[in-house]
Design a protein around this ligand. Structure first.
Ligand SMILES: COC[C@H](NCc1c(COP(=O)(O)O)cnc(C)c1O)C(=O)O
Length: 319
């Protein structure tokens, strides 16, 4: 059994968010992972399995964070890797991937275009395709975030909150929830407008491919959500919600002020669930009953800076 490449992260009760919600809000701080996002849990597991299956070169498509997790894993496992990112990925992130030793290819306007090239490159002998969200080994690794939380929390939470891009975080969290006896705990699945492929699938009752990703939360930018995520709606109570880019970016700013930690708008979408007081809305709609506590998975992300936050606020009319 190999040592996992992720670390056990803290669970912090957020005093400011508890005051807003009216009950304890616990934060699982995946932003303090070595690669600044939860991604290392799933990609670390997948890369270790790929190495054990004898791969000699890994190829991962990514909006950035999964790529960094794969590049970090490959470096730790001493295996060459290629990361394919869309043209929307900022150059500082491309340089960060190269600093991890990865070869970086830039392709297309969204993750889906990058993924198509990654799949093609991985057909070379000895190469392994490393999907960023749509694989059981990813979900198995992500499930550890709940296994840890169950040991860290004083009691079972009344609700768990995640962000949804391709649906890997959501699927792994749900797997973990069922592992630890939280099958009756509703999951809140948050997306941003313009990256809402899960909501589109739920509304249509089948997978839907968005024409483009127009949200600033590019790391939620999978135009088609994984089938597994939609399947989970048959087996678990899931409340999905689409917030605006403005709400996600403001949540990032409030979180930085409240906790002195800077996270991506992809993560801001989850934090907006608390900051926009959505629990009360869902209780008034009868979607949620009494709530004693909430667990928010702070998924983190690298593609953010004080300057980026300022630019997003200007772009979104928030300045
Ligand atoms: C296009 O991008 C997909 C993936 N980011 C996904 C992601 C998510 C959503 O996770 P998912 O639902 O894709 O498993 C949440 N929070 C953060 C900070 C993320 O980077 C990537 O980096 O390749």
């Amino acid at each position: 059994m190999m040592e996992p490449l992720h670390i056990k992260t803290p669970v912090l009760e957020s005093h400011p968010m508890t005051k807003i919600a009216g009950f304890p809000v616990y934060l699982k701080l995946e932003n303090v992972q070595p690669v600044a996002s939860f991604k290392i849990r799933g990609l670390g597991n997948l890369c270790q399995k790929a190495m054990q299956r004898g791969c000699t070169h890994m190829v991962c498509s990514s909006g950035g964070n999964a790529g960094l997790a794969a590049a970090y894993s490959a470096r730790k496992l001493k295996i060459p890797c290629t990361i394919v990112v869309p043209g929307t990925t900022p150059m500082f992130m491309v340089e960060r991937l190269r600093e991890e030793g990865a070869t970086v290819e830039i392709c297309g306007d969204s993750w889906d275009d990058a993924d198509a090239l990654a799949v093609k490159l991985a057909k070379q002998p000895g190469y392994a395709y490393i999907p960023p969200f749509n694989h059981p080994d990813v979900w198995y690794g992500v499930a550890t975030v709940i296994h840890e939380s169950a040991e860290q929390l004083p009691e079972k939470p009344s609700v768990v909150v995640v962000s949804v891009g391709g649906g890997g975080l959501m699927s792994g969290v749900l797997q973990g929830m069922h592992d630890v006896g939280w099958a009756d705990v509703p999951l809140i699945a948050m997306e941003t407008k313009g990256a809402d492929s899960f909501d589109a699938a739920v509304q249509a009752g089948e997978l839907v491919t968005l024409d483009a990703i127009t949200s600033v939360a590019k790391c939620l930018g999978a135009r088609t959500v994984a089938a597994k995520a939609l399947e989970w709606t048959q087996d678990h109570k899931i409340i999905n919600h689409v917030c605006s880019d403005q709400e996600a970016v403001l949540a990032c700013e409030r979180f930085a002020d409240d906790h002195r930690m800077l996270v991506e708008p992809a993560c801001g979408a989850s934090l907006a669930c608390v900051y926009e007081r959505l629990f009360k809305v869902w209780q008034e709609q009868g979607k949620l009953g009494e709530l004693k506590s909430a667990l928010v998975i702070v998924c983190g992300g690298n593609i953010v800076s004080l300057n980026a936050l300022k630019e997003w606020k200007e772009k979104l009319g928030l300045s």
